[in-house]
Design a binder for this molecule. Structure first.
Ligand code: ADP
Length: 454
């Protein structure tokens, strides 16, 4: 069997695994269950740039990493990837901070990655590249003469061609996708928008099956939603139910219902609207005062990007306003934390919650929604409130689906969830679980690798 090579911006090297390994890394890792190579940035910034590849072996997997220098980090990571591509592909043109030197830095780091990776490749390797940091990597590998099967998966949304056309030199970026044998997207909507952009911007007419002809042959776009290790997560939640942390949480609630939100602190997650919706719930439905506690875990993220600093200040202020207005001496309505938590602790908290708020303004998939579902106790399940703009909404239609641009919709859904009869909660959760246990991390990796091998 051909060796699988995974490439992602960050590599979860085993020494730093544990608390911070997010759902994404866990999902992709399934592709290497029989061993292989995982290549990418070490997460380190070193003065002497582009030093040689460092390797660690563990569980039949070779982890190979390179460092970035400060300029790479500023231009490639903070700049183009997170201040141009991230806002663009989350439909936030107004937040784009484009700089030509960032674009150059982005392509230059991709060239560096390609040069280092090409030396590691064997002729039969199947290479699977992940996410928006590394779109041009395939084309750079091809330029170096690499003839392996090359696949790419975009974990974030794609935008309609009219929005994509705002990207300076967007044609250059879009053309880079054509180097891949397979381009994977999370949903049918993202796939349609991607193919439409290919058609509008590059003038390449895609076939009905998502195939499009390129200079080097044909390429194909597929929708392949990512999932979680549902069984593993459910087992972790069941175990965590008896953990010290969950017991402490439950005893602090003194019988009140728990509403939970778990996100990176990111403007795509719609946190200000969610806070507004909770404030409105307490205002419009005084019967819920003192009866619910909302715990928002919002792990700090990308603190070098100024938009994220602004968001943090805004949320600090909004959280203070809600608590200042509604708290009682023995009840804090909103518990807001920016420290990360271990996955096991989160699993126990999901299970303890009556309601989960997953209300991004845009999200490629959103794995928190799936983790919450997998963690539920079917005897007394919670209710998921889910934004229609999360990729997860494409097949989780038994959640309470909301338009997060209207905080009032979130408020109404919270009231509905908090008062929903047990039978309806069970019925909805039953159906949701069927999806989450079918479309898993394992099926995601299997489908993509099968498409790439075909
Ligand atoms: P994104 O990839 O944009 O961060 P997802 O919802 O798809 O959003 O994935 C987030 C992953 O990170 C999930 O596995 C979730 O459990 C984890 N995570 C999110 N917020 C936190 C947090 N505050 N602490 C620890 N883990 C978190």
């Amino acid at each position: 069997m051909a060796r699988v090579v995974i490439v992602s911006n960050r590599v979860p090297v085993p020494t730093e695994r544990g608390a911070r390994a997010g759902g994404l890394a866990v999902g992709i890792a399934d592709a290497l269950k029989d061993g292989g190579l995982w290549f990418g940035w070490s997460g380190q910034i070193s003065a002497s740039a582009r030093n040689p590849v460092r390797k660690i072996e563990a569980d039949k997997i070779t982890y190979a990493t390179i460092d970035l220098n400060q300029e790479d980090y500023d231009r490639f990571y903070v700049g183009y990837a997170n201040s141009t591509l991230w806002p663009l592909l989350h439909f936030r043109l107004g937040l784009i901070d484009f700089k030509r030197e960032d674009l150059d830095g982005y392509f230059s780091v991709n060239r560096t990655f390609a040069a280092a990776l090409a030396l590691e490749l064997e002729p039969d390797d199947i290479v699977w590249i992940h996410d928006y940091h590394l779109i041009p990597l395939g084309a750079e590998l091809r330029r170096l003469g690499v003839r392996n099967r090359l696949g790419f998966f975009l974990h974030i949304p794609f935008v309609p061609a009219s929005l994509f056309s705002a990207l300076p030199q967007g044609e250059k970026l879009l053309r880079a996708f054509l180097a891949y044998d397979v381009v994977g997207l999370q949903t049918e909507e993202h796939r349609r928008d991607f193919l439409d952009a290919v058609k509008q911007v590059l003038g390449t007419e895609p076939g009905a099956d998502g195939a499009f002809v390129t200079a080097d042959g044909t390429s194909r776009a597929i929708a392949n939603p990512i999932g979680i290790d549902a069984r593993g997560f459910a087992a972790m939640a069941t175990k965590a139910e008896r953990s010290t942390e969950t017991k402490r949480l439950l005893s602090s609630l003194v019988g009140r219902d728990l509403v939970i939100g778990v996100d990176r602190l990111d403007y795509s997650k719609g946190l200000p609207n969610r806070f507004a919706a909770f404030g409105k719930l307490l205002h419009d439905h005084p019967e819920h005062r003192q009866k619910v506690s909302y715990l928002q875990v919002a792990a700090k993220s990308r603190e070098d990007v100024s938009e994220y600093q602004a968001l943090r200040r805004e949320l600090d202020r909004k959280a203070g306003n809600i608590n200042g207005r509604y708290a009682e001496f023995d009840w804090v309505p909103l518990r807001y934390m920016t420290r990360p938590m271990s996955r096991a602790t989160l699993a126990g908290f999901y299970r303890a919650a009556k309601v989960a708020l997953v209300t991004p303004l845009r999200d490629g998939m959103n794995l928190v929604a799936k983790e919450f579902i997998a963690a539920q106790d079917l005897n007394d399940p919670g209710v998921l409130i889910l934004s229609r703009f999360a990729g997860a909404a494409e097949d989780l239609s038994e959640a309470l689906i909301v338009n997060p641009y209207d905080p009032g919709e979130i408020t109404d859904a919270m009231h509905q969830a908090l008062t929903m009869p047990l039978e309806e909660r069970r019925d909805r959760m039953d159906r949701l679980r069927a999806r989450v246990f079918t479309i898993t991390a394992e099926s995601y990796c299997r489908n993509f690798l099968a498409a790439l091998a075909a």
